[in-house]
Design a protein around this ligand. Structure first.
Ligand code: AMP
Length: 220
């Protein structure tokens, strides 16, 4: 079973993905987390990725393909949960090709939120630099200021969540990522999810669809 989460920056993909990997045995591919990790390396590639992330721009399709192929090799035979990849049509075609032998993508959840909500969320968001847990300082603050509830790690603002970079990410999202919504709709794989509801409510809807899919797969 292979699942994809798409949606604008701040739509809650990472939050839902973390809930899913608690309940299901997915190998989790978070493009953003992998690239942030890479950007900490003091190498020409690391510095290049850091610059692109800071400016809210996408890294090259070629690099993303290399990262994806490596991940799929390491996770042969496992169910895959993709978050943040694909982000444009060329990446969508790549994932379709690469997953052919694994039965293809089963479901694409499209978390829909307005631009206004995306900006509101991203401007009050902090993340744990150790475990990646996400907090919203207005709606879901940590118990202790600046400290992660789960692992005690330090909470920080992401470099690409300053207003200029956020606006750029939203623009790129509309131009590059939105077309893949049509691409997967035409393939009959897309499920629209209202991403402006409470986290638990959204998760319940997503989980219900995956549970149904598991039952169908077992029946076959
Ligand atoms: P995210 O955490 O998913 O919002 O990703 C953070 C940043 O990583 C993005 O703004 C891009 O700079 C980069 N990135 C993440 N996924 C991709 C992708 N599939 N293709 C290119 N760049 C990406």
């Amino acid at each position: 079973m292979n699942i994809l989460l798409i949606g604008s920056p701040g739509s809650g993909k990472g939050t839902q993905a973390r809930l899913l990997i608690n309940d299901f045995d997915f190998a989790y591919f978070s493009a953003g987390d992998i690239l942030r990790h890479l950007s900490k390396e003091n190498t020409p590639l690391g510095r290049q990725v850091l610059g692109l992330i800071r400016r809210g721009e996408l890294v090259s399709d070629l690099l993303m393909k290399r990262i994806l192929v490596d991940f799929l090799k390491k996770n042969k035979g496992r169910d895959i949960l993709l978050d943040g990849y694909p982000r444009n049509l060329s990446q969508a075609k790549t994932i379709d090709q690469r997953l052919i032998l694994k039965g293809g993508l089963n479901l694409v959840f499209y978390l829909r939120i307005s631009d206004r909500e995306a900006i509101r969320r991203l401007s009050s968001r902090v993340v744990c630099c150790q475990c990646g847990a996400v907090y919203n300082l207005i709606t879901s603050p940590p118990q202790k200021k600046g400290i992660c509830d789960y692992c005690g790690g330090k909470l920080v603002r992401r470099a690409d969540e300053k207003l200029g970079a956020v606006k750029k990410r939203l623009l790129i999202y509309k131009k590059e990522t939105k077309p893949i919504v049509d691409y997967f709709t035409k393939k009959g794989k897309l499920m629209f999810i209202d991403g402006e509801r409470p986290i638990k409510e959204i998760y319940k809807e997503i989980k219900k669809s995956i549970d149904a899919l598991c039952l169908d797969t077992k029946a076959i």
